[in-house]
Write a protein that binds this ligand. Structure first.
Ligand SMILES: NC(=O)C1=CN([C@@H]2O[C@H](COP(=O)(O)OP(=O)(O)OC[C@H]3O[C@@H](n4cnc5c(N)ncnc54)[C@H](O)[C@@H]3O)[C@@H](O)[C@H]2O)[C@@H](O)CC1
Ligand SMILES: [K+]
Length: 497
């Protein structure tokens, strides 16, 4: 699903109005109708509806929504935040609403009576927001934010800028945001979560042709039939077709990370798995992962032996591996010689950040999987996710790598600076070991997908999906990366069918 900026969405509106053709007021009616359908589906007409309308087209939507909900027998009140004169479509909808005579139209609202059955619909500002909300409107929005009731934003919460950081201090806090046709970049930024709530994209019939032709660096990942085929192998498959992976992670007393990654790789379809371990840890792996071949390191407590790896399709390096000089040298050697798919995580990323000359050795197409703390070590500090995104794109372009920046909406970026956001996953996954499992899944599918960007997007999706199953099955407290490994079973069933 493509993410478009405000300018592009405006052009898509205009193109649709001209070429469908449809009058602007009728397009507004269609958009409002979709919001009303959604409300009717989710909330009974026992709820009291309060529509907060600005004077632009977002306000126009609000007035149409008020009329249509009233026609569905909801009790509706409208508060005109900016008076009675506004855009053409606003004024036309105000006339329609007045002639309906069923909806009370107010200039202010007494919040003291509001309760949890109230639904406040924010149609104050949409994509036309051009400056922070201030003065009386800000005071009003603050009162709504403090009031009891369900909060629903039309298109975008008032005060949130769609394409850039929102500088204002007063922003409508929604439980649900019902946005038209395409998601907005702001929805993918963790700092906006408290305002956006859960977002839904409503199809209002804007020209698909126009949207397909829009160029955008941003999209939301969706699993398609073609992507599912990436994981299929011939019925005469042998382990070579499924690929060979080696995991170089952990070290003495840090074998948990290795086991989680290794299980992730095995249960994602790898043909042959090898694990490099210190001699003292061989038994642990042989007990826990009987499928794994052991590559014995010559060091007792840290990993440091370069073992060739020339038959390997994919190599994971980093989880809990530490920072011993021998380990750093091993990574350097691998960067210089390994020709397959390299996946670098955790301590490997910190090693690169501290030994910056090694960054220039990164093979093209390497997948790096930092969380924000690790990414900041690589690129320096940033204060919001829009800045992080710019850093992400420039890092990937400069080093010609794929970076998985892990967070609420994990962003996967390729060497062209194209960014795909993932929407599977949940807060129950924010636990130690979750990243190790992701590395494992990446390694498990990489040899079949054979494209680092597609591998990373799909692995992040699968990882989040199994997290979502775990959440349903076990709840956010009980679930662990280990339950997610067992839920890979249903995850792959879904993907395979
Ligand atoms: N035909 C279309 O173009 C469609 C537009 N739609 C709706 O139209 C919205 C965009 O409408 P508009 O472009 O009229 O913009 P808005 O309705 O967001 O508001 C714009 C108005 O508010 C003023 N304004 C902006 N920031 C302000 C601030 N901080 N304080 C005070 N005033 C401020 C602007 O000067 C302008 O007059 C979308 O979000 C969507 O809800 C939908 O009806 C779908 C179809
Ligand atoms: K709004």
């Amino acid at each position: 699903m493509k993410i478009l900026n405000v300018q592009q969405i405006r052009e898509a509106d205009q193109f649709t109005i001209k070429n469908e053709p449809i009058a602007s007021i009728d397009l507004m009616e269609r958009a409002s109708g979709q919001v009303v359908n959604w409300v009717c589906k989710h909330f009974s007409n026992e709820h009291e509806i309060i529509v907060l309308a600005g004077s632009g087209n977002n306000g126009g939507d609000g007035l149409a929504i008020a009329r249509l909900l009233s026609n569905q027998n909801y009790s509706v009140k409208v508060v005109l935040i900016m008076g009675e004169s506004g855009s053409d479509d606003f004024e036309q909808n105000l006339d329609r609403l007045k002639s309906l005579k069923k909806v009370e139209i107010l200039n202010d609202f007494n919040f003291s009576n509001s309760n949890n059955d109230y639904i406040f619909i924010d149609a104050i500002f949409g994509s036309g927001l051009s400056r922070p909300i201030e003065g009386d409107i800000a005071k009003f929005v603050q009162k709504v934010n403090e009031a009891k009731g369900i909060k629903l934003a039309v298109d975008i919460p008032s005060g949130v800028f769609a394409d850039e950081p929102s500088p204002g201090e007063t922003i409508f806090k929604s439980d649900f945001t019902l946005s038209f046709q395409v998601p907005k970049l702001a929805f993918m930024m963790a700092e906006n979560q408290q305002y956006v709530g859960q977002f839904e994209i409503l199809n209002i019939g804007l020209s698909e042709e126009f949207i397909n032709n829009c160029i955008s660096d941003y999209s939301i990942y969706e699993l398609t039939k073609e992507l599912k085929l990436l994981l299929k192998v011939d019925s005469i498959a042998h382990k070579g077709i499924r690929g060979r992976a080696t995991i170089i992670a952990g070290g003495h007393a840090k074998m948990g990370a290795v086991i989680l990654a290794a299980k992730g790789t095995l249960h994602s379809g790898i043909g042959l798995l090898s694990v490099q371990v210190c001699p003292l840890c061989i038994d642990i792996i042989q007990n826990q992962i009987p499928e794994a071949l052991i590559l014995e390191d010559e060091n007792d407590y840290v990993l440091g032996s370069f073992l060739g790896y020339n038959k390997q399709d994919v190599l994971v390096f980093g989880p809990a591996i530490g920072f011993a000089n021998k380990t750093i040298k091993l990574l350097e050697e691998i960067l210089k010689t390994f020709k397959g798919q390299l996946i670098l995580d955790a301590d490997a990323i910190t090693i690169l950040a501290k030994n910056r000359e090694m960054l220039e050795l990164l093979p093209e197409g390497t997948i790096l999987t930092p969380h924000h703390g690790e990414f900041k070590r690589l690129v320096g500090n940033y204060s919001n996710n829009f800045e992080a995104l710019m850093q992400l794109k420039s890092f990937c372009k400069h080093h010609k790598v794929v970076v998985v920046l892990k967070g609420k909406f994990t962003a996967v970026c390729n060497e062209k600076g194209q960014v795909s956001f993932n929407t599977t996953g949940n807060q129950g996954m924010a636990k130690g070991g979750s990243g190790d499992l992701l590395c494992g899944i990446l390694a498990g599918i990489a040899p079949r997908v054979q494209n680092p960007f597609e591998t990373a997007k799909l692995a992040v999706y699968l990882h989040g999906f199994s997290g979502d199953i775990s959440l349903k099955e076990y709840g956010e407290n009980y679930m662990t990366p280990s339950t997610m490994i067992s839920n890979l079973k249903d995850t792959f069933k879904k993907v395979e069918n």
